[in-house]
Unconditional design. Structure first.
Length: 180
């Protein structure tokens, strides 16, 4: 089976967005067997990434046109929990210097996410109370302890996913991303 994100040469325009939906489908299927399924990523990553780095004027309309029907049909829902690990620019630079196993292309460009990603997830936390946690990842032991305290309190999400999606889209539309 090919890797989920191995892009074919002749990929259709929404190929990457479809893989984000597939990511959640795989997690949903796994949740019938396992008590906890963790995704290293966010099926709606194109929203906050596009907000940070808009490629064209219609980026949000294009993403809304793709995602909204998925939420309306129930194909896509918000995960039961979002854990967003945060740290400082200095810590990221130290980790990059110490890790020679990956090239980390666009590292400097992606530092801008330190400004935008927490704002997006803070707003999502307002819309999904108790299901979004921004956590300082400076210490492995501290992160594990905080997770141990948080995870047992999680409950399965029962939100109106389409309404939450519409609210986060409206927030993105009316709140420009902060700039460096």
């Amino acid at each position: 089976m090919p890797h989920l994100f191995t892009r074919p040469d002749d990929a259709p325009p929404h190929w990457y967005l479809e893989r984000q939906v597939d990511r959640q489908t795989l997690a949903r299927d796994a949740s019938t067997t396992f008590p906890l399924v963790v995704l290293d990523g966010d099926p709606l990553q194109p929203l906050w990434y596009g907000w940070t780095y808009p490629e064209h004027d219609r980026w949000l309309d294009d993403l809304t046109d793709f995602y909204r029907p998925k939420f309306a049909s129930g194909t896509l829902v918000f995960p039961d929990a979002y854990l967003v690990l945060t740290t400082t620019e200095e810590t990221l630079k130290q980790r990059r210097a110490a890790d020679k196993t990956r090239p980390r292309r666009n590292f400097e460009r992606h530092l801008r996410l330190l400004l935008t990603q927490p704002r997006y997830f803070e707003q999502l936390a307002r819309l999904l109370p108790g299901r979004v946690r921004l956590m300082d990842a400076a210490s492995v032991d501290g992160t594990i302890a905080e997770l141990d305290a948080w995870l047992p309190r999680l409950r399965e999400g029962t939100d109106d996913a389409l309404a939450v999606f519409d609210q986060i889209v409206e927030w993105l539309r009316t709140h420009p991303a902060p700039h460096v």
